[in-house]
Design a protein around this ligand. Structure first.
Ligand code: 0A1
Ligand code: ZN
Length: 875
């Protein structure tokens, strides 16, 4: 096999030919589909003399090819690998191709595929080339007209982007629908659907008074689960008008839900396709988190209409231009809809759990990658979540008003264009007058900067000095990095808990109580004057930069910050730091078989937070959730799987035992028999209640947890109790699993929760149960949600069992990757990254993981995406 080729940003050139118009005719039959494409092509004025027209095509059978009505013979073109080359083309011409494709056997879920009775498409990043020959790159933007033809009884619903312009019956019980999209778009935003789906209708009136039809297409049995998604869409539309002055631009907005989808959802113009888990919800089947995720993902796809669709990318290296910005927008939307601090905490948890390790591993890349083998591998936490942090830092430096001006200027300049990240930064710079020269390093340098803070107080001069030092670690292909420009949002807190004015040396007027320092050297000091007593600094408030901070806080200081920091994010962060320091401090003692003990002040601080009567209950729940074993491992240079597990269990058991009465009292206090409502307060109450349950289960009999399970009246409470039970080695655990299955076996999304709960269980024998569940009739290796819920959850969310010393957890992952390689390469590659951290473990485990990576690498017909992940991991 020839090794897959790597593409480089530095080689990027604008296209030689533009496709102005695309007319597609898609004739769907049970065993094959014919696609006829008529492209109106124009040579670019910048094209080199004699440049050929290159089209991409994957797994297409070419049946006919014509230029301006003349059938081409085999000497007129070449078709090699996945490229169709047409030399000697005129300035403008019409190209017609007819191809045969097989959606009915396409398990990759890219291009046109058939799943659960519906034909649908996924074209981002490079799926359009599986439908027809086309220059499948985002800087080729065209007007589309698409006719879908299929059997009328089996596929009554025929959809594509834009407006319906014609529909009608055909011979043999077939029918057609023609859709026209008035907006030019790149091929990755094309979509079409043919199926038998229920349609939930609603409408939204825009700020300028236009009525937009909203249409949600779902399986008939799910028609009662769309309400929340529809409401979320209406909120998103109103929010974008209010916040950014952006209105929707078509008369119809369609959402199709499918159970078979590689990712979360897709922003195709006017016709979003969603993983059903981000659409379908009712209180009996979906948790509070599901409801919140739906609101966030519906918002995300809607916001793409401006950041992604109206202004798109000139090449895939710029993916963060649309994704980082759109994640930032959806995070802001969710913050405005619910609790800002709680949202920030959960976003930072995701960043630390997924992006920090990625940035420290073999696939580390800047938010604007410089090269890739398989684009699908770059839909990463770095491009998305760190990308959003980079936008957030611009927002922090500029402030909301200048940021809004920057957005306006960006749209004014680039609406209808395909641009690069640079254009966004330039618009922000020009609109605000703020120089972002050094800031641009965030786009090109990978790695999480480590910021160390030293403190010095001079009681005589009343000066307080903070000295910041930064180190940006080496990452594959990048070393000796330059210092980044880092916003440090901070305050100083006096011993009485009151904020201290921040007057920097040289300033005459008294400073504010909170400020943003701009730190952009290897080392830099900031001295505050008029500080009467030594304060405690509150640094990186709201997580103002995606860095790891190292401050030599004592336990006492962390407890102080946990109780007194006016910034809720930093209160939470102090608690997490305290737990992490405590647990990691015990790991060596576990190894040496020493007796462990938990400090009394820590127990008292937990009690104080737990029983606080004015703090937001959701914040209490977040603060008292111990860092996960994975998070703790990430804080260690060499991950001690067993030590972390034992120490963390000890801390949880001790807190459960010592504060038994408090957990019980707060649990009772949070109980509520009223109807389920989705307001922030009720969500917070349920969250704190389930946290109490996790502690109580450690000290009370399993019967009480089972009672909580059996009496639950909504999925949030039911799943919380089931999850707690799943860790218990008790008959109640099996009993609850059985009851849950019987109750929900007809609901595939709820079954995903059933698989996941068992996969993440701490009980002995979990690996064996996971393997048995992979043979369960309701498990389907072709369905990505099932793979993620069972195998993904086990390998990523159950480190203690996955890293079993006999290597059997690793075998399960390697076997799954190899099976999936032939079914769905994109999911196979994602799963393969489960080995990325292998060098961080002990020698024995390293050897076991390396052997599995090599086994995968030697698989015949290895997909380029899997090759990229495993070969980079093995370097
Ligand atoms: N643009 C989508 C994400 C997406 C990417 C790839 C997909 O298939 C391989 C599907 C969706 C988003 O950000 O929502
Ligand atoms: Zn997106």
């Amino acid at each position: 096999m020839t090794e897959p080729v790597e593409k480089h940003l530095k080689d990027y050139k604008r296209p030689d030919f533009n496709v102005e118009t695309v007319e597609l005719h898609v004739d769907i039959c049970e065993t094959e589909t014919h696609v006829t494409a008529t492209l109106g092509v124009a040579k670019s004025p910048e094209a080199a003399e004699g440049a050929p027209f290159l089209l991409d095509g994957k797994e297409l059978e070419l049946l006919e090819i014509e230029v301006d009505g003349r059938t081409l013979s085999e000497v007129d073109y070449t078709l090699e690998g996945e490229v169709l080359t047409l030399p000697g083309m005129p300035e403008a011409f019409s190209l017609k191709t007819k191809v045969k494709i097989h959606p009915e056997t396409n398990t990759s879920l890219e291009g046109l595929y058939f799943a659960d009775g519906t034909f649908l498409t996924q074209c981002e990043a490079e799926g359009f080339r599986r439908i027809t020959f086309f220059p499948d790159r985002p800087d080729v933007m065209s007007s589309y007209r698409c006719t879908v033809v299929a059997d009328k009884a089996k596929y009554p619903v025929l959809l594509a982007n834009g407006n319906l312009v014609e529909e009608g019956a055909l011979a043999d019980g077939r029918h057609f629908a023609t859709w026209e999209d008035p907006h030019k778009k790149p091929s990755y935003l094309f979509a079409m659907v043919a199926g038998d789906l229920a349609c939930r209708k609603d409408s939204f009136t825009t700020a300028s008074g236009r009525e937009v039809a909203l249409r949600f297409y779902v399986d008939h049995q799910d028609a009662d689960k769309c309400e929340h998604a529809i409401e979320s869409l209406k909120k998103s539309m109103a929010w974008d008008e209010e916040t950014f002055g952006l209105e929707y631009d078509l008369d119809i907005y369609m959402v199709v839900a499918t159970h078979s989808f590689n990712a979360g959802a897709m922003e195709n113009k006017g016709l979003n396709v969603f993983n059903s888990k981000y659409v379908l919800a009712k209180p009996e089947t979906a948790t509070d988190t599901d409801f919140q995720n739906i609101e966030g993902v519906i918002g995300h796809e809607y916001f793409h209409n401006w950041t992604g669709n109206r202004v798109t990318l000139c090449n895939w290296f710029q993916l963060s231009l649309k994704e980082g910005l759109t994640v930032f927008r959806d995070q802001e939307f969710s913050s405005d809809m619910g609790s800002r601090a709680v949202k920030r905490i959960s976003d930072v948890r995701v960043l630390r759990a997924a992006q920090f390790p990625e940035d420290a591993g073999p696939m580390a890349h800047p938010i604007r990658p410089e090269s890739y083998i398989e684009m699908n591998n770059f839909y990463t936490a770095t491009v998305y979540n760190k990308g959003a942090e980079v936008i957030r830092m611009i927002h922090t430096f500029l402030g909301p008003d200048a940021f809004r001006k920057g957005m306006d200027l960006y749209f004014e300049r680039h609406d209808g264009g395909a641009v690069a990240c640079e254009e966004f930064v330039k618009a922000m710079e020009d609109a605000s007058g703020v120089d972002l020269t050094r800031f641009r390093l965030w786009y090109s340098q990978a790695g999480t900067p480590k910021v160390t803070v030293d403190r010095a107080y001079d009681a005589e001069t009343k000066h307080y000095t903070l000295t910041f030092t930064q180190a940006v670690p080496d990452t594959p292909g990048q070393s000796n990095k330059k210092p980044m420009q880092i916003p440090v949002k901070m305050g100083l807190i006096g011993a009485d808990g009151m904020p201290i004015p921040l007057t920097l040396e040289g300033e005459s007027a008294q400073g504010p109580l909170e400020r943003v320092l701009s730190f952009s050297a290897n080392m830099e000091s900031f001295t505050f004057t008029g500080v009467e007593d030594e304060p405690i600094p509150s640094l990186f408030r709201g997580f103002s930069a995606p860095v790891t901070k190292v401050v030599d806080f004592t336990e006492e200081e962390l407890i102080f910050l946990m109780g007194n920091d006016p910034d809720p994010f930093n209160r939470w962060d102090a608690a997490q730091q305290l737990f992490a320091d405590t647990i990691l401090g015990m790991v060596a003692d576990v190894r040496d078989d020493k007796k462990l003990s938990l400090s009394e002040p820590l127990v008292a601080a937990v009690k104080k937070t737990l029983t606080h009567d004015t703090l937001d209950k959701a914040l209490i729940a977040q603060a008292l959730t111990l860092p996960s074993e994975t998070e703790l491992g990430d804080r260690m240079a060499h991950i001690d799987v067993d030590g972390i597990h034992a120490a963390r269990e000890f801390v949880a058991d001790t807190l459960a035992e010592k504060l038994k009465m408090s957990w019980r009292a707060v649990f009772e206090e949070c109980a509520d028999d009223g109807p389920y409502t989705l307001d922030s307060e009720s969500i917070a109450r349920r969250r704190l209640k389930s946290l109490c349950l996790t502690y109580l289960a450690r000290v009370e009999t399993p019967i009480t947890t089972f009672e909580a399970f059996a009496s639950a009246t909504n999925m949030t409470d039911e799943l919380a109790a089931l999850t707690v039970l799943s860790d218990l080695d008790a008959e109640e655990s099996e009993k609850a699993m059985g009851l849950f299955y019987e109750a929900w076996k007809a609901d595939t999304l709820v079954l995903d929760k059933w698989f996941m709960t068992q996969a993440t269980s701490k009980r002995p024998g979990t690996l064996e149960r996971v393997k048995a569940l992979a043979e369960h009739p309701d498990f389907d290796i072709k369905n990505p949600n099932k793979v993620r819920s069972l195998i993904g959850a086990f390998c990523q969310g159950n480190p203690w069992h996955f890293h079993r010393k006999d290597g059997k957890g690793y075998d399960l992952l390697a076997d799954t990757v190899i099976t999936l390689n032939a079914i769905n390469p994109s999911i196979a590659a994602r799963m393969a990254s489960g080995f990325n951290r292998w060098k961080r473990y002990d020698e024995e485990r390293q050897g076991l993981m390396k052997a599995r990576l090599e086994r995968i690498k030697n698989t015949e017909n290895l997909a380029s995406g899997v090759f990229e992940i495993v070969s980079k991991a093995l370097i």
